[in-house]
Write a protein that binds this ligand. Structure first.
Ligand code: URA
Length: 198
């Protein structure tokens, strides 16, 4: 069985990457999920959002961010002046963790090469990490979202020459539970908007 890194590296386009993930047997979440949730939106977008993992609605429909969190994410993307026709969305994990539990470190490690290759193939100029799980995994840090959000980072991938301007934002599911944080979230979105329209 090939490991995710070599499978991901061999994918020359998004269709091949999706097929490589579908054939991957190294993550047990595949066995409990109904659908592989790959991506949504415009693959030529200049901005890419990476969330955590599919929930029940996403698992049922095979699309990222289609439930209540997704409706708020759409409004957040709207705040930048964009929609799913001008942005691209995926997750760190392509399969739903049972009962929406937190993904484990080993599930994230097994699937990380796929999302890294996904970013390389979409090749955005701005990367938005939606929530702490995504931010920690892609920025390779143990710092929490409270510290990471609202700051610009340079995301570097192994095979991409140019680093990507990257910001972490609060996850919409967190904002639904803690609406008082929306003010900070909207400040971050306005910073992303300025960078995008620069
Ligand atoms: N939460 C996520 O992080 N991703 C989804 O696709 C849905 C909810």
């Amino acid at each position: 069985m090939s490991d995710s890194r070599s499978l991901a590296a061999r994918a020359g386009n998004l269709e091949e990457l999706k097929a490589a993930i579908a054939a991957f047997e190294g993550c047990s979440l595949k066995a409990t999920a109904t659908n592989l949730v790959f991506g949504d939106g415009n693959p030529s977008a200049r901005i890419m959002f990476v969330g955590e993992a599919p929930g029940a609605d996403e698992d049922r429909l095979g699309k990222p961010f289609v439930g209540v969190s997704g409706q708020l994410l759409d409004r957040m993307i709207g705040c930048i002046g964009l929609d799913r026709g001008s942005a691209y969305i995926t997750n760190i994990l392509p399969w739903r963790p049972p009962g929406n539990r937190q993904p484990t470190a080993s599930e994230i490690a097994a699937c990380l090469p796929f999302v890294e290759r996904h970013i390389e193939l979409v090749n955005p100029t701005i990367l938005v990490l939606v929530g702490g799980t995504s931010a920690k995994a892609l920025l390779a840090t143990s710092e929490g979202i409270m510290k990471l959000r609202g700051r610009w980072f340079m995301y570097r991938s192994s095979s991409r020459a140019q680093p990507i301007e990257t910001m972490a934002i609060f996850h919409p599911a967190f904002l639904l539970r803690s609406p008082a944080q929306k003010r900070e979230a909207w400040r971050d979105l306005i910073a992303i908007k300025s960078k995008y329209h620069k």
